[in-house]
Every structure is written in C-alpha cells, then in structure tokens.
Design a protein around this ligand. Structure first.
Ligand code: NAD
Ligand code: UGA
Length: 462
C-alpha cells in the first residue's frame, strides 16, 4: 500500500463499477494532492482497472485513468486495509431492483449497501465521512447512520448523500463539466464540517455556484426525481410517436416544435424504441415503491405509467415489424443492429434490444445481433437462448440474407454504412425498422428498402 503521508486527503471508493471507477478517476486526475483508492470484491474488475483494457467502455476514460493511476489513483481488492486508512469513503455499490420478498420487482435491493456499512463499522478505528454515491431510497442515510453508529466502538460516522448524475457514454464530459454537484448533509456541527470538506474536494475543478448543498433527504430524493423526470420525457414523446404513426404527423417535427418552447426545452425528446439502462426503470420503480409505502397510490401509479409506457413502446416496435412483414417472421433472418442500451457504451442492462430480441425469438425468427462494444454482455443477457441467436461484429455480415434490419442502438457507425451494398445482400422485400430514427429514410427508400421508423409515416414499395 502506498504511504498516505504525502497526500492532503485520503479518499476511498467501495465499488469499482460504471460510477465508482470513472468518478474516482476524475477526482484523482483533478486533485493530485489527494490519494484516491477504489476497491471492489470483484478481483477481475480491479485487474481490468489496473490494465489498459478497462472493464467498461467510456470515451476518453482511459486517458483520465492513465493520468492519475499509480500517482494518486489506486485500484485494489484489499478492502479492509483501504477502509482503515481512509478519511472519506464513497460507497458506489450496486442497488438493483429487489427480485425477492417484500417489494420484489420495485424496491431497491440494499443488501450490498448494508454489507458495506457493516464492514466499514467492523474494521474502522477512526471517525470517517461516509458518502452515499449509489442511488438509494430517500431516508437510507438514516438507516445507515443507525447501523454505523450503533453501540460498539464509539467511532462517529457522518453519513452524507452525494448522488451521481453522469450518463454513460458521456461520463467523462459530464464529470469534467457537470450541470451541478449535489451534497446533502445533516444540519449539525459535524454534518456541516463534513459537507464543507466535500465542497472543497469538488471545488478543485467545479465552479462554486454549481456545487449545491441541501439536507440529506432532499439529496437522496433529488436523484430519483431527476431520473424520473428525464424518463418521463421519453415516455411522453413515445406516447405521441404512436399517435403520429396513426395520423401522418412526424414525431421529430412535433419534438422540434414543442422543444423550442423554452419552458419545455429541446433535450431528451428523441423518440425511440424505448429507454434502457440500469437506472431509469430501477429508480422509477423505487420511487413508486416509496410512494406506495407512504400510502400515496395516485403518486405511485402516475410514475409507474412512465415504465408501462416504455414497455408498450418496446412491444409495439416488434408488433409493427411483424405486421409489416406479412404477419409472420418465423424462420426469417432478422439483423438487430445494436445491443447496447445507448451508443458509446457496451452496457446492456435493461437495453430495449433484449426485449426486442426475445420477442422476435418467441415469434421463431432467426436473429443475428451485431454491436461494436456490447456482444460480450449480449452473450450473458441471452445465455438461456444462445443456441437460437447468432452474433457477429460486422454489420454487413449480419445483414447478409436477412429480410429485415432493426436498429436498436444509435451507434454513429450505423449512419454511414453502405446501405446499397447491404440492400443487395438481403432477401426481398427488404425492410429497415429504425428504432432510433437515425438513418436517412429518403435515401434508403430510394435504394429500395421499405422503411419503418418511430413516429413517422412508413415508406413502403408495396
Ligand atoms: P456496477 O454494478 O457497475 O458497480 C457496482 C460495483 O460494486 C460492482 O463492481 C460490485 O462488484 C461492487 N460491490 C458490490 N458489493 C460490494 C462490496 N460489499 N464491497 C465491494 N464492492 C462491492 O453499478 P454502477 O452502474 O456503477 O452503479 C452503482 C450505483 O450508482 C447504483 O446505485 C446506480 O443506481 C448508481 N448510478 C449509476 C449510474 C450509471 O450510469 N451506471 C449513474 C448514476 C448513478
Ligand atoms: C441516466 C441519466 O441521464 C443520468 O443523469 C443518470 O445519472 C443515470 O441515468 C443514472 O442514474 O444511472 P444513462 O442511463 O446512462 O443516464 O443514459 P441516458 O442518456 O439518460 O439514456 C437512457 C436511455 O434513454 C437510453 O436507452 C437512451 O437511448 C434513451 N433516450 C435518451 C431516448 O430514448 N431518447 C432521448 O431523447 C434520450
């Protein structure tokens, strides 16, 4: 272990995933005066963070890691030693949707968080600031504080909330220049002291007016609410996309028109096959569960409808494919372009492509999947039906002999493929279902494709 003596602060993060790894790399790169250690129970993940083949794909991240790794950024599996040494401990472990017991399918599964808290309590010999980086139900800090400060060793732990707002694929830019950083702290002398230390850490590169402070409960709840509002926009525009398809309106034109109203704003209105990712669905359902547990049933069903609309959007994408392909896709080869939940990441958690592929397999289609970064994760997601799908990294090979292409991820490279060459290699009539509205539909139609997009009139040769 590297000596801590020469560093101004000793920071630890427990959990080296999509959030822990990048956020700590950024703190270390921007604050060479701090020692930053990231630990995880997953030794393979830590080994990857110590190599040039990082465990996650994120544009620009390797440069940030390399700037600090070995200097003041360390990745380790020695969790206990790192806890003993640290003054500030970020906890960034996973908080997935519970799959068992009370609240199954909605509530957050807090077992990893709680195990971490108990370990911190067991091995600590000095007071520490514990920072919730994971997304947690509102009032989790109270439970954690109770566990950490329960009688035993008389060491004080100050629990703060510092939720992370980065989006995958743009994590480095989001962290360099965040819209805001939020620090929730108790309004007590020790809480205020801890809050000020956290403000000082972020003020190394973030303008002071973008570092917000609040009480702990507002910070915890703000994270769930931010995701719920963002996802709500997508479900709202997606609900309009189906109306556009019925009425010959064009959802992109509608989005542009409403987005120019500055009260609405133009971002996050891209209609799609549906939102995916590890957080939107999980966090909205978590919010729904919290509302239900307070007896707020109208509030719960209001937010749940955002998720239900998303499920509908994924289902109707495939239903449209089947209808367009003469009501059967059985034994037809269908190329799925993109398996990641969005571009510029290999992450496939809750990717709409999973639902699309499974529905196509139920209809006995022959599915071939292509993606530049996500095929390894796709193999895990589809482990139970791998014998029924083909995976190839080359989109031209994927399309060869296919009746249809379904665009599920908005990868830049899919916009610039040679679609004439692709068309020539496909069965006819050849269809493209653009689940991300990223292609030049006029041009594709002129080549000979039948083109189906989200929320726009179909272009058919038959
Ligand atoms: P992740 O699954 O990629 O990473 C979590 C890591 O924690 C894993 O590597 C796991 O091995 C490790 N871990 C679990 N229990 C541990 C323990 N007891 N000791 C040490 N390590 C342990 O998850 P993630 O995507 O990084 O998300 C983490 C949290 O951040 C979640 O609450 C999520 O909602 C939130 N969040 C995620 C994003 C995102 O873009 N992925 C953005 C903002 C917030
Ligand atoms: C989202 C939030 O944007 C982050 O602020 C938040 O920190 C994070 O969740 C989290 O808590 O994990 P992320 O899921 O990584 O980030 O990616 P987004 O860019 O939000 O995209 C989510 C999904 O919505 C993707 O499937 C994307 O393709 C889809 N989307 C996004 C649309 O369909 N239309 C849009 O206009 C925007």
């Amino acid at each position: 272990m590297v000596s801590t003596a020469k560093f101004a602060r000793n920071i630890l993060c427990i959990g080296a995933g999509y959030v822990g790894g990048p956020t700590m790399a950024m703190i270390a790169a921007r604050c060479p005066q701090y020692k930053v250690t990231v630990v995880d129970i997953n030794a393979a993940r830590i080994a990857a963070w110590n190599s040039d083949a990082l465990p996650i794909y994120e544009p620009g991240l390797l440069g940030v890691v390399k700037e600090a790794r070995g200097r003041n950024l360390f990745f380790s599996t020695d969790i206990e030693a790192a806890i003993k040494d640290a003054e500030i401990i970020f906890v960034s472990v996973n908080t997935p949707t519970k799959t068992f017991g009370a609240g199954a399918g909605k509530a957050a599964d807090l077992q990893y968080w709680e195990k971490t808290a108990r370990m911190i309590k067991r091995v600590s010999t000095e007071p520490k600031i514990i920072v919730e980086k994971s997304t947690l139900p509102v009032r989790t800090a109270a439970a954690m504080s109770r566990i950490l400060n329960a009688n035993g060793n008389n060491i004080h732990f100050e629990v703060l909330s510092n939720p992370e707002f980065l989006a995958e694929g743009t994590a480095v830019e989001d962290m360099k220049n965040p819209d805001r950083v939020l620090i929730g702290a108790p309004d007590t002398p020790s809480g205020i002291k801890a809050r000020d230390i956290m403000v000082e850490v972020y003020a190394n590169w973030i303008p002071r007016d973008r570092i917000l402070t609040s009480n702990v409960w507002s910070a915890e709840l703000s994270k769930l609410v931010a995701n719920a509002f963002l996802a709500q926009r997508i479900s709202s525009i997606n609900s309009i996309s189906v109306l556009c398809e019925k009425t010959e309106a064009d959802v992109a034109e509608v989005a542009r028109s409403i987005g120019m109203d500055s009260r609405i704003g133009s971002r996050f209105l891209a209609s799609s096959v549906g939102f995916g990712g590890s957080c939107f669905q999980k966090d909205i359902l978590n919010l729904v569960y919290i509302a239900e547990s307070y007896g707020l049933h109208e509030v719960a069903s209001y937010w749940e409808s955002v998720v239900l609309m998303n499920n509908y959007q994924k289902r109707r994408f495939v239903a449209n494919m089947i209808a367009a392909m003469f009501n059967t896709v059985a034994d037809k080869r269908i190329a799925v372009f993109g398996f990641a939940f969005k571009a510029d990441t290999g992450d496939t958690r809750e990717s709409p492509a999973i639902a699309v592929v499974r529905q196509l397999l139920d209809e006995r289609a022959r599915v071939v999947i292509t993606d530049p970064e996500a095929l390894d994760n796709a193999k895990t997601d589809l482990a139970d039906c791998l014998d029924q799908v083909e995976m190839v990294s080359d989109p031209y090979m994927a399309a060869q002999g296919a009746h249809a292409i379904a665009i599920c991820t908005e990868w830049q490279q899919y916009k610039v493929l040679d679609y004439k060459k692709i068309f020539d290699s496909m069965e006819k009539p050849a269809c493209i279902f653009d689940g991300r509205n990223i292609l030049d539909h006029e041009k594709l139609f002129a080549i000979g494709f039948n083109v189906f997009s989200i929320g726009k009139p179909a272009r058919k040769h038959y």
